[in-house]
Design a binder for this molecule. Structure first.
Ligand SMILES: CC(C)=CCC/C(C)=C/CC/C(C)=C/C=C/C(C)=C/C=C/C=C(C)/C=C/C=C(C)/C=C/C=C(C)/C=C/CC(C)(C)O
Ligand SMILES: C[S@@+](CC[C@H](N)C(=O)[O-])C[C@H]1O[C@@H](n2cnc3c(N)ncnc32)[C@H](O)[C@@H]1O
Length: 376
């Protein structure tokens, strides 16, 4: 009996559909067949949009940094030449910038050749803190310049320098640094608070403590929606002066009790029957999160409420805001990470919480949310 050569082990490879789609001859054929042609062209355009994504975000950065959107809002439609003079950019290059802005749906090219704000360009100017966030992206962009180095954790990132408290609040945080990140957070907090309060009710709560509450923008929104609630803000001592200033500016000094402290180094103050963690968990490692959730559980009375809100991963159904933007943003920060609502719920249950509810997020790119109760 002649021994047959061992059949070479089948090389694991993509399924036949993937191999067909990756075949240039099939792609050329599909481009000529009516039904397939439409799909092929849409896929091609979507792939090109993906490829040029970084150019789009830098065109947006230029429009914001040069104040073009702001100027069209303040002064109405403008010719490229007028914008070029104000922005000190060569006219032919400004013409390219505004043409790109129109192609991206931020500007509108009018028949007379002037450029005006398009609906999305106007809406962008109305989003609290969004222009500041776009300017802040210089740091994130630098960190994404070498995505492989970021993924391998090589070298220090710009964002890790920007968010110093994430590394255990070791050492002093210069007041101006604390103010800088609190300001950025406060500016972007408006939409977060709007969406959280849209999906999570606080009826029946007597005292809410916002842990990692920053400059108090979320509690200010809660005070407006639930004037009878007593409110407490816990954050690092370095953040307290900024929080006091902002709350005083909103006429809320008497409504919010300030508790300076570090949830890494000490137990949380007791007395609140609800605790909120708004854009806090995704800044920290699993260990820090588990410890913080246990401290929240210890600080709450039986049936006390815990509310967690932050951009989340889509988990088994990956989604663009949480699994692209925030996933890499928190990675670049250093210890942060996005988690799915299911993963956060699992960590809450491990900490002793029950009855986890996960409402559908109206705008996942703003925030997801979940709430749970301290089991009796
Ligand atoms: C005919 C007309 C005029 C209208 C008819 C149709 C109509 C009514 C249209 C409505 C137009 C309109 C009002 C649109 C509104 C659009 C809105 C509100 C868009 C909101 C967009 C929000 C965005 C893009 C938010 C982005 C937020 C970002 C990037 C946040 C980043 C946060 C970070 C990085 C936080 C970091 C903190 C850390 C350290 C991770 O914890
Ligand atoms: C991303 S900001 C979110 C602020 C606010 N909740 C919001 O959504 O705008 C995270 C907050 O957690 C605070 N924080 C970080 N580490 C902390 C710690 N160890 N103890 C208390 N607060 C801390 C920071 O000072 C900051 O205000």
């Amino acid at each position: 009996m002649v021994a047959l050569p061992e059949a070479a082990p089948r090389r694991p490879r993509a399924g036949w559909v993937a191999r067909l789609l990756a075949n240039p001859r099939f792609q050329s054929l599909a481009g000529r067949v009516p039904l397939a042609r439409g799909i092929a062209r849409r896929d091609g355009a979507a792939l090109f949009d993906l490829v040029q994504g970084f150019v789009q975000s830098q065109v947006l950065m230029a429009l914001v940094e040069l104040g073009v959107l702001r100027r069209l809002y303040d002064h109405g439609a403008q010719r490229a030449g007028a914008l070029a003079r104000v922005c000190e950019v060569p006219p032919d290059r400004m013409a390219h910038l505004v043409q790109a802005g129109a192609a991206l749906g931020l500007l509108r090219r009018r028949r007379d050749g002037r450029f005006a704000l398009a609906r999305r360009g106007a809406a962008l100017l109305g989003v609290p803190g969004l222009e500041a966030m776009i300017r802040h992206h210089r740091a994130f962009y630098a960190d994404m310049a070498d995505p492989v180095a970021l993924l391998r954790g090589e070298g220090e990132t710009e964002l890790a320098r920007f968010w110093p408290y994430v590394f255990g609040a070791g050492g002093e945080i210069a007041p101006e640094v604390a103010e800088r990140y609190s300001d950025l957070m406060a500016q972007s907090q408006g939409l977060v608070a709007e969406d959280v309060l849209r999906v999570v009710g606080l009826r029946g709560v007597r005292c809410l403590m916002d842990v990692g509450g920053g400059s108090g923008a979320f509690l200010a929104a809660v005070a407006r929606a639930y004037p009878a609630l007593s409110l407490r803000l816990m954050d690092l001592p370095e953040v307290m002066p900024e929080a006091a200033r902002r709350l005083a500016g909103l006429g809320l000094s008497g409504n919010v009790e300030l508790c300076g402290g570090s949830f890494r180094d000490e137990a949380l103050p007791t007395g609140a029957d609800a605790i909120s963690l708004i854009r806090v968990l995704y800044d920290h490692s699993d260990e820090t999160v588990a410890d913080l959730l246990a401290k929240c559980h210890a600080a709450l009375p039986p049936k006390g409420r815990l509310i967690v809100a932050e951009p989340m991963s889509g988990g088994s159904r990956p989604e663009r805001a949480g699994d692209v933007y925030f996933s890499f943003y928190t990675m670049a920060m250093g210890t942060g990470r996005v988690r799915s609502a299911a993963r956060i719920a699992e960590m809450c249950r491990t900490a002793g919480f029950a009855h986890v509810t996960i409402p559908r997020a109206p705008r996942p790119y703003i925030t997801g949310a979940l709430s749970c109760v301290k089991a009796e």
